[in-house]
Ligand binder design. Structure first.
Ligand code: HEC
Ligand code: HEC
Length: 258
C-alpha cells in the first residue's frame, strides 16, 4: 500500500467510526426524549386539562340552561326553591316570630286548623305574615308547593295532593281534592261509628246530634277528634292518620251534618 492509500483508508475508517458513534448517540437521545413526547401528546387526555377545557365551555352551556328555565312555566319551581328564595328570610330564622321550618311545636297548633286554613293564611297573609310571603308573583300552585313543603318538614305529607305537574295533567279542582280526602278518611276510619251511631256517636247527617257540637267551633271539634272525647277514641283509633287528614274528615262530617 502506498502512503497515500494508507492515509485514505485511515481517514475513511475514522469518518465511518464517527458516523456509527453519532448514530448510536442519536438513537439514545431519541429513547430519552420519547417519553416526554408521549406525555405531551397525552396531556389532551389529562383529566385536569379536560376539566379546564370544560370550564371554558361551561358559560355557553349555562346560557342554554338559563333559556330553557325561562321558557318553562313558573309552576315548575319546587316548594323548596320558592321557600329558599322567598320564605326563608322569616321562616328559616324565626324572624317576626314566624314558625320555623321543621319546628314541630310551632306548627302543631296551626296544623290543627287544617291544611286548607294554613294555605289560605299563607295566600292572604295573617298578622306579620305578608300575603304570599310578600311575593305577589307566586301563583296559588306555587303556594301549594311551598306550604306543602313546609308542612312536609313537620311530618304532614302531601297536604295539597300530588305535585303541580299531575294536577295540571288532570285538572281536578283543589277544593274537591280536599273534600275527597276528608270523605276517604271518613269512610276508612270514622264510618264504623259515625255511619251507624255505634257507641253513641253522632251520625253523619244527623243535624240535631251535631248542632250543639258544631256550635263549639271548629277548633274544639278538631281537638276532640284528634285527642278523643269519652267513647270517641283519639283520631277514631287510628294513630297512623296525619292530623290534617283527621281534620279533613271532621270538615267533611261537619259539612254533611249542618
Ligand atoms: C316577612 C316575614 C315573612 C315572610 C317573608 C314569610 N312569612 Fe310566613 N309567616 C310569618 C309570620 C310572622 C307568621 C306567623 C303569623 C301569625 O300567626 O301571627 C307566618 C306564618 C306562616 C304560615 C302559617 C299560617 C297559619 O295558618 O298559621 C304559613 C303557612 C306561612 N307563613 C307560609 C309562608 C310562605 C309559603 C312564605 C313564602 C312564600 C312565607 N310564609 C314568607 C312571616 C313571614
Ligand atoms: C269507635 C267509635 C268511633 C270512631 C271509630 C270514631 N268516632 Fe268520633 N265519636 C265517637 C263517639 C262515641 C262520639 C261522641 C263522644 C261524646 O260526645 O261523648 C264521637 C264524637 C266525634 C266528634 C264530635 C266531637 C265533639 O266535640 O262533640 C267528632 C268531630 C268526631 N267524633 C270525629 C271523628 C272522626 C274524624 C273519626 C275518624 C277519624 C271518628 N270520629 C271516629 C265515636 C267514634
Amino acid at each position: 500500500m502506498s502512503e497515500q492509500e494508507d492515509t485514505f483508508v485511515r481517514t475513511f475508517s475514522l469518518v465511518l467510526g464517527m458516523l456509527v458513534v453519532f448514530m448510536i448517540l442519536i438513537i439514545f437521545a431519541a429513547r430519552l426524549v420519547a417519553p416526554a413526547v408521549e406525555n405531551a401528546a397525552d396531556r389532551g387526555r389529562d383529566p385536569m386539562k379536560v376539566a379546564a377545557m370544560l370550564e371554558n365551555i361551561e358559560p355557553l352551556g349555562q346560557v342554554a340552561v338559563g333559556e330553557a328555565g325561562a321558557a318553562a312555566p313558573q309552576a315548575a319551581r319546587s316548594g323548596k326553591e320558592i321557600f329558599d328564595a322567598v320564605c326563608a328570610a322569616c321562616h328559616a330564622t324565626g324572624a317576626l316570630n314566624a314558625p320555623k321550618l321543621g319546628d314541630q311545636e310551632a306548627w302543631a297548633p296551626r296544623i290543627k286548623q287544617g291544611a286548607k286554613h294554613i294555605l289560605e293564611d299563607a295566600i292572604n297573609g295573617i298578622r306579620a305574615m305578608p300575603p304570599r310571603g310578600g311575593d305577589p308573583s307566586l301563583t296559588d300552585d306555587d303556594m301549594k308547593a311551598v306550604v306543602g313543603y313546609m308542612l312536609e318538614k313537620v311530618g304532614v305529607k302531601d297536604a295539597y295532593g300530588a305535585p303541580a305537574p299531575k294536577a295540571s295533567a288532570a285538572p281536578a279542582p283543589a277544593a274537591s281534592a280536599d273534600a275527597g280526602k276528608g270523605k276517604q278518611v271518613y269512610e276508612q276510619a270514622c264510618f264504623a261509628c259515625h255511619g251507624t251511631g255505634a257507641a253513641g256517636a253522632p251520625k253523619l247527617g244527623d243535624k240535631a246530634a251535631w248542632k250543639a257540637r258544631i256550635a263549639q267551633g271548629a277548633d274544639a271539634l278538631n281537638d276532640h277528634a284528634l285527642k278523643g272525647l269519652n267513647a270517641m277514641p283519639a283520631k277514631g283509633g287510628r294513630p297512623d292518620l296525619a292530623d290534617v287528614d283527621v281534620v279533613a274528615a271532621v270538615d267533611y262530617m261537619v259539612g254533611k251534618s249542618k
